[in-house]
Design a protein around this ligand. Structure first.
Ligand SMILES: C[S@@+](CC[C@H](N)C(=O)[O-])C[C@H]1O[C@@H](n2cnc3c(N)ncnc32)[C@H](O)[C@@H]1O
Length: 317
């Protein structure tokens, strides 16, 4: 699988405004691991085996696979995020595949949606629609973890990173977090206690994450009693809604882990993932049918590098 992530620049929005946060993302020079991104290169094979049990991965478990030069991803004049790279053949012994269901879920590549998400967070912070300082943040399906790292750079009090694969956390996410948030020269107040890394399937990972309430059934099903829950203030996720079968577990997890009533979710992804059936619109339909949260479209991205992408925000009604 060829990786062409080197020259990522997040173009500044020309059409965002405080009244309408919709923007148009146009950066024909940006190139990403999925080429045109119209679908997934999914390996065929036997049905996936049950997912490995959820585990916490510690900073000390960093792997040197991605050791080498870090590449800057320019967010704006004052912020760049540095990222490493690791190939699927080095880490998983898998070639020419973006995804092997139940084995490797795509976290080694930098996807376009994670940059759309960083850009949206940046403009929402600048235009006072989002406060990150001191907040507890969770990035689901993090891969490189750029949105979570960006939240850390913007003053989040705690950032947890989740990926299906512990290998992705060890080889990419942890080195990226160390390079950006925990570097020795950093004047920031980020410490190793401010970050956490968790691997596992969305159906089980809540046992390791902050939860909205101990009574899970109640927190899954409704918040209609107006009770106050703990959990994350902000949940971020990019390119996590491609597989229709995983959407219900993803949504249940969000409702378990999101702070009630003030928690918010930012989701970036493709409107439709051809070949695998999911997409942002499928997820929004699920949220709408459930009725507990409201959905707001923040951005539409049609830059020709993939099919149409979107950024959505969800909050409790
Ligand atoms: C396509 S990658 C996106 C990576 C990164 N967010 C980005 O945009 O560059 C999808 C991510 O979702 C995670 N993921 C997919 N299905 C999952 C599942 N059933 N349980 C837990 N994580 C899952 C993968 O580990 C992976 O990090």
């Amino acid at each position: 699988m060829e990786d062409t992530e080197a020259k990522n620049t997040i173009a500044s929005s020309s059409s965002s405004s405080s009244s309408s946060p919709l923007f148009s993302f146009s950066n024909p020079n940006a190139s990403f691991g999925f080429g045109f991104g119209f679908g997934f290169g999914v390996s065929s094979g036997p049905p996936p085996s049950p997912p490995p049990p959820p585990v916490e991965v510690f900073l000390s478990e960093e792997s040197a696979v991605a050791a080498g030069e870090l590449e800057p991803v320019v967010v704006d004049d004052s912020v760049s995020i540095y990222k490493g790279r690791a190939s699927t053949s080095d880490v998983f012994g898998v070639k020419n595949s973006d995804l092997v269901p139940g084995k490797y879920e795509g976290g080694l590549k930098l996807w376009e949606g994670s940059l759309d998400l960083v850009k949206t967070l940046n403009s929402d912070i600048k235009e006072d629609r989002l406060l990150v300082e001191g907040k507890h943040v969770l990035e689901l399906g993090c891969g490189h973890g750029l949105p979570g790292i960006f939240a850390g750079l913007k003053g989040a009090g705690l950032v947890h990173f989740q990926d299906f694969n512990a290998e992705v956390l060890r080889c990419l996410t942890i080195p990226n977090v160390k390079a950006n948030l925990l570097k020795e020269s950093s004047q920031e107040r980020f410490t190793s206690g401010s970050v956490g890394f968790f691997a596992g399937d969305w159906s089980e990972i809540d046992s390791l994450l902050l939860r909205g309430d101990a009574d899970l059934d109640k927190s899954i099903n409704s918040h209609e009693n107006n009770e106050v829950y703990n959990g994350y203030d902000i949940i971020l996720m990019a390119e996590t809604v491609y597989a229709v079968s995983s959407l219900p577990n993803l949504y249940k997890l969000i409702k378990k882990c999101l702070h009630y009533p003030g928690g918010i979710v930012y989701m970036a992804g493709k409107k439709h993932y051809f070949g695998v059936g999911g997409g942002t619109r499928q997820f929004v339909r699920l949220v709408t049918e459930d009725g507990a949260m409201q959905s707001d479209l923040l951005a539409e991205v049609a830059d020709g590098s993939s099919n149409v992408r979107e950024v959505w925000k969800f909050s409790f009604k």
